[in-house]
Design a protein around this ligand. Structure first.
Ligand code: SPD
Length: 433
């Protein structure tokens, strides 16, 4: 060879869109491609971007292999740069062409470090305490990223997908992350993680259940991971919980991979209905429930209808006269217009003075600051009706990690900017029904 290395610049067209959007599969293929070519893998770093696309690099002792994919164009752009006579980048090329099911391609081969331009000098190796003799450990660095146009949150994971299924409603996945344990994602959005789920589930459940005087019948819309049901069922006065989840795969995956969150399934007080929550509430008799909890996903995809006024009117109707509805109401920091619109809708239905906002800190949700709404049909007040002693007794007799009566009260103390957002009243023409 007349150069230090060879560099193939590869364009793969008409690839399988699924394959080139699968960060875990791509990392495996790129690492295998490197090994097949005879290279020694040192490190791999791969990121998936929502909604689509993967970027990644495999660092090899003999240079690198890198990839950037555009599943929406069925296109993958790949660099295969190898040094030394023993490594053949064309072996990697052939393998990857098959792996990504590329229908056609273009390539260009460059000679890197052309020898006739180079003059070798003696470089003294630094003192190294013998480390250079140790076998380099291959270090995988694979990242899940939830991102919108301007903000992203990335979690490093093991690179082994525990569960992945495209259902008629959404893509349900479970990954094993280093910082937050197992994570449930729906369409690439984090729903819950083993390490921080308690904040969300304790706050969505105990705030209404410890202010309602006699919460016996509870409805949960969504919440297929089971975390909200687990918390609700800690209350002994609750006689029955109806959990209405549209996608049974969410329950299946959670039961199998998130058993500590899904521990309520199988409880005789829990009735699971695999149904669309919107249809479920329409057929309810008036004044059925004491507490309704809306544990939905974000207002995109299957949960979109759970953010519409018609749905809340039905929920209102299904509440007993002193009933309470609590919802996850998105982030005031991440998405202020959506947050404002949600509260405007609730006030229209429950009345201006019967809707309260409270906050909790959930590190893996966009911005970390998450809001819940507390909407009272009658006069049950989230603070005036909290019996601190009873709440303290409850807190002390369960292994809670977030909720306690002071936290309950503190959660309703809002930062100035949130108070300002809640003053918003759109002009009639702006109202999106
Ligand atoms: N952006 C994430 C919002 C998710 C709200 N629901 C989560 C379900 C947990 N039980």
């Amino acid at each position: 060879m007349e150069a230090l290395g060879r560099h193939l610049i590869v364009e793969f067209y008409n690839c399988s869109p699924e394959k080139i959007d699968d960060v875990i599969g791509i990392e495996k293929s790129m690492v295998t491609a490197a090994k097949k070519a005879g290279a020694t893998v040192i490190n791999s770093t791969f990121h998936h971007f929502s909604p689509f696309g993967v970027s990644g690099v495999v660092v090899i002792e003999e240079s690198h292999l890198s990839i950037h994919t555009w599943p929406e164009y069925r296109f993958a752009s790949i660099d295969l740069f190898t040094c030394g006579d023993e490594i053949d980048p064309w072996v990697s090329f052939d393998y990857l062409k098959e792996e990504f099911a590329a229908e056609y391609f273009s390539t260009m081969e460059l000679q890197r470090g052309q020898l006739h331009h180079l003059k070798k000098i003696e470089v003294k190796a630094p003192l190294s305490r013998g480390l250079q003799d140790k076998k380099v450990k291959y270090n995988r660095n694979i990242w899940f990223t939830e991102r919108d146009d301007n903000v992203a949150l990335s979690l490093r994971h093991t690179g082994d997908r525990l569960f992945s299924k495209q259902t008629p409603y959404q893509k349900v996945e479970i990954l094993d992350t280093y910082a937050y344990g197992k994570v449930l994602t729906l369409d690439g959005m984090i729903m819950t993680t083993e390490k921080d789920e308690y904040a969300y589930h304790e706050m969505i459940a105990h705030v209404p259940l410890l202010t309602h005087p006699t919460p016996e019948k509870v409805l949960i819309i969504g919440g297929g991971d089971g975390g909200a049901a687990r918390e609700v069922l800690r209350h002994e006065n609750v006689k029955s919980v109806d959990l209405v989840e549209i996608d049974e795969v969410v329950i299946e995956a959670s039961r199998k991979y998130l058993p500590t969150i899904a521990s309520a399934f199988g409880n005789p007080r829990l009735n699971v209905h695999i149904k669309d929550g919107i249809e479920y509430v329409k057929q309810l008799r008036d004044e059925t429930y004491d507490v309704v909890i809306i544990d939905s996903t974000d207002p995109v995809g299957p949960a979109e209808g759970l953010f519409k006024p018609d749905f809340y009117r039905e929920v209102y109707r299904s509440l007993k006269p002193d009933g309470i509805m609590v919802t996850q109401s998105e982030s005031p920091t991440f998405n202020p217009p959506v947050f404002q619109e949600i509260y405007r809708t609730y006030r229209e239905i429950f009345g201006l003075n019967n809707v309260y906002c409270y906050l909790a800190f959930i590190p893996t949700y966009p911005s970390g600051m998450w809001s819940f709404s507390y909407c009272s049909k009658g006069s049950v007040h989230p603070l005036n009706d909290l019996d601190d002693e009873k709440a303290a007794r409850f807190t002390n007799s369960h292994p809670l990690k977030y909720y306690h009566p002071d936290m309950h009260r503190a959660a309703f103390v809002l930062p100035t900017f949130v108070k300002e957002l809640l003053k918003y009243e759109p002009k009639k023409t702006e109202v999106v029904a």
